[in-house]
Ligand binder design. Sequence first.
Ligand SMILES: Nc1ncnc2c1ncn2[C@@H]1O[C@H](COP(=O)(O)OP(=O)(O)OP(=O)(O)O)[C@@H](O)[C@H]1O
Ligand SMILES: [Mg+2]
Length: 340
Amino acid sequence: MRIDLLSRNPQVTPEQMLEGFQPTARFGAVNFDNYYPNPEYPSQAQTRDTLREFTANPPQPVKRLFRRPKPVEGVGFYLDGGFGVGKTHLLAAAWHAFEGRKVFLSYQELLYTIGMLGMHKAIEAFHGYELLCIDEFELDDPGNTHMTSTFLGQLMPMGTHVITTSNTQPEHLGQGRFNAEDFKRQIQAIAERFTVLSIDGPDYRQRGAGVGKPLKKADLTALEQSAGNFVRLTASELNLHLTRVHPARFSRMLEGIDTVLLDDLVCMTDQNIALRFVHFVDKVYDLNLRFAASGEALDHLFPATYRYGAYAKKYSRCLSRLTEMLSISGKKLEQLESVG
Ligand SMILES: Nc1ncnc2c1ncn2[C@@H]1O[C@H](COP(=O)(O)OP(=O)(O)OP(=O)(O)O)[C@@H](O)[C@H]1O
Ligand SMILES: [Mg+2]
């Protein structure tokens, strides 16, 4: 059934947001056992083992006679690595393995929630959790930096453990995006809360994925018959719509949708639009939706200046995810053609 995405602009209350914070469909059943470390990169097994050990034996509040247990400072782990090396897989595995109150959300969602609730209420709301898993940590501007430093600075000493993933080493956070030098102390203070666990290795997604490329419009029409609940619109229509919906609400906007079909991919020459599109692709990917598109080749999607600029990693990650999803759709199409 075709669904009109353009009529969806969901409003989400803070309570609804908090309830929904757990690993998305793609990471719903991952664990430490179905993470296969590459023996050529020992950091992969090391990081898995550190997280496995931590989740099995997290530091506990110190019991005291006739008094409330004394909280121990929350532990912080920062999973650092290139795209597609399995950071989110390990983050979700840690979330699943941890016994206790826990929450899993993206850094974008965290900032949005703090913005909606206000700092004081946000700290109160998150204080109840023993483990906070934050995917895709990064500092985009001074406001985020200040918010993050205050939030972690209040929460972690009260005993909340934090595990986070990022494509950027902590000491390079913010570089090229704002005058990070001026915020060095705050960035340093954030970095000091974490033990960095590096994950080296190639992009796992490219294993046997083949080269994903845009399909023809007629191919998208052929895919519609097995698309379940699908949306079909042009990339320009989508991009205009995304300017009206906050990225933290993309999940809800995509609720009940199985497949996203996009026509006429073209080069995105406005960085704000391009970054929203990147967030949209991130969500489609995390929610494990099927995705196909027609239009220009992927290497024309973002201007070269973006692909080598401050957000280079976001764009590369997006292209890696698009390649995988398009390659799967290409294979699906071949199957349909061989049956028909
Ligand atoms: N060593 C591994 N064993 C099994 N599956 C893996 C491994 N590494 C990655 N994967 C799988 O490959 C896909 C990509 O991994 P994941 O999304 O965790 O990478 P990432 O490092 O978070 O990438 P990104 O920077 O794009 O967020 C996921 O489906 C994940 O389950
Ligand atoms: Mg990830």
